[in-house]
Design a protein around this ligand. Structure first.
Ligand SMILES: Nc1ncnc2c1ncn2[C@@H]1O[C@H](COP(=O)(O)OP(=O)(O)O)[C@@H](O)[C@H]1O
Ligand SMILES: [Mg+2]
Length: 220
């Protein structure tokens, strides 16, 4: 991974709170679902800047460390970011697959992290909500489920775009990223309500951007 603005678990030793937080997320929210195995998880937030991409990136890396063949999908066609974390080009990606120009196998890229591949956002020639429909997504996700053991999907903010509500239908579960440093409670409640209305399975929330001081107070 080149230099970019994302903080990742690759930069720290195991045991550092930042790293263990993602281990905890993986075990408590994702792997710990009794009897209902979760292998496709969508990460989202109410508004932009909460840390959705950071969470998707680190969760994907954490799952890859457990030995599972993993894929991170950038389904945020509004503000594609995952490719920058890996120093990849934005296109081709999921947009080209959903519009029928490419096959998934042609555009999934291996990373320099063992067991981790990335499907970048690509470039949509039409409005994203025209591509991110359940009809287009279902065959793609079925295909990807056959190739990967675990899939993490980065998505746009729920309160700004309809895209994530369609993604919720094809994911086994969703994780809502809540910024500790801002964002109103009303926004979180509304985001949750919209997801529940499409029968999304909300696995839980990640409280992100917690200061080291607050984190220490929480765990003491
Ligand atoms: N847990 C975190 N630790 C450090 N920086 C973070 C964390 N979460 C987010 N950030 C920073 O906050 C900014 C927004 O995060 P990002 O993941 O891009 O949010 P979103 O995808 O929800 O818009 C980025 O600059 C990112 O590096
Ligand atoms: Mg993002």
């Amino acid at each position: 991974m080149g230099t970019n603005r994302f903080t990742t678990i690759a930069k720290f030793q195991p045991g550092v709170p930042f790293v263990e937080a993602y281990g905890l997320l993986l075990v408590s929210l994702v792997l710990g679902q009794n009897g209902n195995p979760v292998s496709v998880v969508a990460i989202t937030s109410a508004n932009e800047g909460a840390g959705t991409t950071t969470t998707a990136l680190n969760l994907g890396m954490m799952v890859a460390r457990t030995g599972r063949k993993s894929l991170i999908v950038d389904a945020n066609l509004r503000k594609p970011d995952m490719h920058t974390a890996f120093g990849f080009d934005q296109a081709p990606g999921i947009a080209e697959v959903l519009s029928g120009q490419k096959q998934a196998a042609e555009v999934v890229r291996p990373t320099n992290i063992t067991n981790l591949a990335v499907l970048a956002a690509g470039k949509a020639a039409v409005p994203p909500q025209a591509l991110l429909t359940p009809q287009r997504l279902a065959p793609l996700v079925t295909d990807l489920r056959g190739r990967f053991e675990f899939i993490v999907i980065d998505t746009p903010p729920v309160l700004r775009f309809p895209d994530t509500l369609n993604l919720a239908r094809i994911a086994d579960g969703m994780v809502l990223v809540v910024p500790a440093d801002g964002g109103s409670r009303r926004a979180q409640v509304e985001a949750r309500r919209r997801l529940e209305r499409v029968d999304a399975k909300i696995l839980g929330a990640v409280l992100n951007k917690v200061s080291a001081r607050e984190a220490a107070a929480l765990s003491s």
